[in-house]
Design a protein around this ligand. Structure first.
Ligand code: IPT
Length: 473
C-alpha cells in the first residue's frame, strides 16, 4: 500500500567536511518532534462520566457535564512540569465529538453543558497556544455511534471531521490514528481510506506528525506500558503496516534496514485506565514507576506520550497534578549534578569540523565523527577525583541517519580496560542502539577514566552530544 507523499530532507545539513548522511533520514519536523520527548495525552469524553473504558456510543450526551472545565489549568500544569505539548481525544470510540461538528449529532452541542454552546477543542487549542505548547488531536477511526460506520460513506464523514478539526483548531504538531477496534467477528467492518485521511492532514500542514501503527510520522511502540525496546531503530518497513495491523511485536525494535524514518512513540496512562475515574485517584503511578518509564522510553530514544486524563469537573485532578510535579522534580534531581571531564580524546576525527569536543556543545550542527577507516572508534574521558559519573546520556546526530548498532562502556581499572555493568538487559556488557537519546546508568569503581567504544555501526558513528551526571541529589 502506498502512503501519501511525505517529503524527506535528503540534503547535506551543514556543508562539506562532514560524513555523508545515510538514508532514510528524518524530516526537520520529525527532528523537532523527537526533541519534544515528553508530551501529554488527554483522554476526555462521556467515559469520564460513565466510568467505561470503551463507551458504547449509545450514552446520553447529557452525561457530559464538565462544570469547571479549565483548559488553562491543563496547559499551566503541563508547562510547569516539562510536558512539551498535548494531544486530546477529540473523538474516542464512542463517537462523541468534543467540538460541535457538522458531521455528527453526537457532540457537545447535544449536551446541556454551557447550554449546548460549549466547545472543548476551542478552549483546549486557545489555552495551549497561549501557553506556547503545540497541540495535537486524536480522532478514533473506530466509531460505535455514527450511523454510516461500516459503509464507504463513513470515510467521507471521517475526512470531513479531520478537515474541520484542523481548520478550526490547528495547526497540529501531531495527529493520532488509533488502531483499536473491538467490533469482533460479527461486527461492522469499515474499509478505511488511509491515504485519503493522511492527505487531508498534510493538506493543512505537511509537517504534522501522523501517529499510527505504520506512521507515516511516528509509530506505536507495540505496548501501552510506556516501554521502548532497548534496540530501537527509527526505521520501519512502513508500507507493510497500517493502523491495527497485527504485527505489533515488530513495532518495538523497528527495522535496522527499514525503508522510512518512523520513530517509536510510547503511550501510557498515569492511571490504570485511559479515562479518569474517581476510584482510581489513589492508583496514580508512583514517581519510581514514572522514572522507570521515563528511562525506558525517552532513555531508549522514544517520545513518551503520558496520559493525564481530566476529571469529571474538567480539571486535571489534584492527585495527578501532584504526581506530575513530583515526576518533574525527580527528573530535575536525576540530572542535577552534571560532571565535566578534565580531558577527552577520540581514536580519530573525520575532519577539523567534527572535533570530539563538539559533543559537549548542544549547538545544532556540532557533532563528532571518526575517520571512515577507523574500524573501532572510541572516545576516552578523564575525570577529576571524586567526580564519578553514575549516568551517561548519548545522542546521535540524526541529520546523518541512525548508525550505531553496538557500543560498550569501559573504565580503566587495575591497568586495563574493563567493561562496565550497565542497566541493559539485552547484553549486560554492551548496549545496542542510541538514536535520539540513550540514557545509561553505570557503577564504575573509581570512574577516573572511562571510554565509549563503538563496536558495530551501519556507517561511521556521528554523535550529537554526550553528557555525564553524578548520583542524583
Ligand atoms: C491498540 C491498537 O491496536 C494499536 O493500533 C494502537 O493504536 C494502540 O492501541 C495505541 O495504544 S489497541 C490497545 C487495546 C492495545
Amino acid at each position: 500500500m502506498l502512503w501519501a507523499p511525505f517529503v524527506f530532507a535528503m540534503s547535506q545539513p551543514y556543508g562539506a567536511g562532514l560524513p555523508q548522511p545515510i538514508p532514510p533520514l528524518p524530516t526537520e519536523a520529525q527532528l523537532r518532534y523527537q526533541d519534544m520527548e515528553i508530551v501529554g495525552f488527554l483522554h476526555f469524553g462521556p467515559n469520564t462520566f460513565s466510568g467505561l473504558e470503551w463507551g458504547k456510543g449509545s450514552e446520553d450526551p447529557k452525561i457530559f457535564q464538565p462544570a469547571q472545565l479549565n483548559c488553562k489549568q491543563w496547559a499551566d500544569t503541563f508547562k510547569a512540569t516539562g510536558v512539551r505539548g498535548a494531544i486530546i481525544t477529540a473523538k474516542h470510540h464512542d463517537g462523541f465529538c468534543l467540538w460541535p461538528t457538522k458531521f455528527s449529532d453526537h457532540t457537545v452541542a447535544q449536551t446541556t453543558w454551557r447550554d449546548g454552546k460549549g466547545d472543548v477543542l476551542a478552549d483546549f487549542s486557545q489555552a495551549f497556544k497561549a501557553a506556547n505548547l503545540p497541540v495535537g488531536f486524536y480522532l478514533s477511526p473506530w466509531d460505535r455511534n455514527h450511523p454510516t460506520y461500516g459503509t464507504p460513506h463513513y470515510n467521507d464523514v471521517f475526512v470531513n471531521m479531520i478537515d474541520e478539526v484542523l481548520s478550526k483548531y490547528g495547526p497540529a504538531f501531531e495527529f493520532w490514528f488509533d488502531g483499536a477496534n473491538g467490533e469482533g467477528p460479527n461486527g461492522k467492518r469499515q474499509v478505511y481510506d488511509w491515504p485519503r485521511f493522511n492527505t487531508m492532514v498534510f493538506s493543512h500542514n505537511k509537517d504534522t506528525i501522523i501517529f499510527s501503527d505504520g506512521g507515516p510520522g511516528c509509530r506505536w511502540v507495540g505496548n501501552e506500558s510506556g516501554i521502548a525496546s532497548e534496540t530501537n531503530w527509527n526505521m520501519l518497513d512502513r508500507d507493510r503496516f497500517e493502523p491495527g495491523t497485527d504485527h505489533s511485536t515488530e513495532l518495538g525494535e523497528g527495522h535496522e534496514s527499514g525503508t522510512h524514518w518512523v520513530p517509536a512513540e510510547c503511550d501510557v496512562s498515569i492511571r490504570p485506565g485511559w479515562f479518569w475515574r474517581e476510584s482510581e485517584n489513589s492508583q496514580v503511578k508512583s514517581v519510581a514507576q514514572l522514572m522507570d518509564i521515563y528511562l525506558k522510553s525517552v532513555g531508549r530514544g522514544s517520545n513518551l506520550l503520558l496520559n493525564i486524563p481530566p476529571d469529571s469537573q474538567g480539571l486535571l485532578n489534584e492527585s495527578d497534578v501532584k504526581r506530575l510535579q513530583e515526576f518533574a522534580q525527580a527528573r530535575a534531581a536525576f540530572f542535577a549534578n552534571p560532571i565535566w571531564p578534565d580531558s577527552v580524546k577520540a581514536s580519530s576525527e573525520f575532519s577539523s569540523q567534527t572535533a570530539v569536543t563538539n559533543i559537549f556543545n548542544a549547538r545544532p550542527g556540532n557533532c563528532w565523527a571518526p575517520l571512515e577507516s577507523d574500524t573501532e572508534p572510541w572516545i576516552e574521558f578523564t575525570f577529576g577525583p571524586a567526580r564519578t559519573p553514575a549516568t551517561v546520556v548519548l545522542q546521535e546526530d540524526l541529520h546523518f541517519g541512525q548508525r550505531v548498532k553496538v557500543f560498550r562502556l569501559e573504565e580503566f581499572q587495575d591497568s586495563r580496560w574493563t567493561p562496565l555493568f550497565q542497566n541493559t538487559q539485552d547484553h549486560p556488557k554492551q548496549a545496542t542502539t542510541i538514536g535520539h537519546k540513550r540514557i545509561i546508568q553505570i557503577q564504575p569503581k573509581s570512574g577516573q577514566k572511562l571510554r565509549i567504544v563503538f563496536e558495530k555501526f551501519r556507517a561511521l558513528p556521528v554523535l550529537r552530544r554526550i553528557q555525564f551526571f553524578g548520583k542524583s541529589s
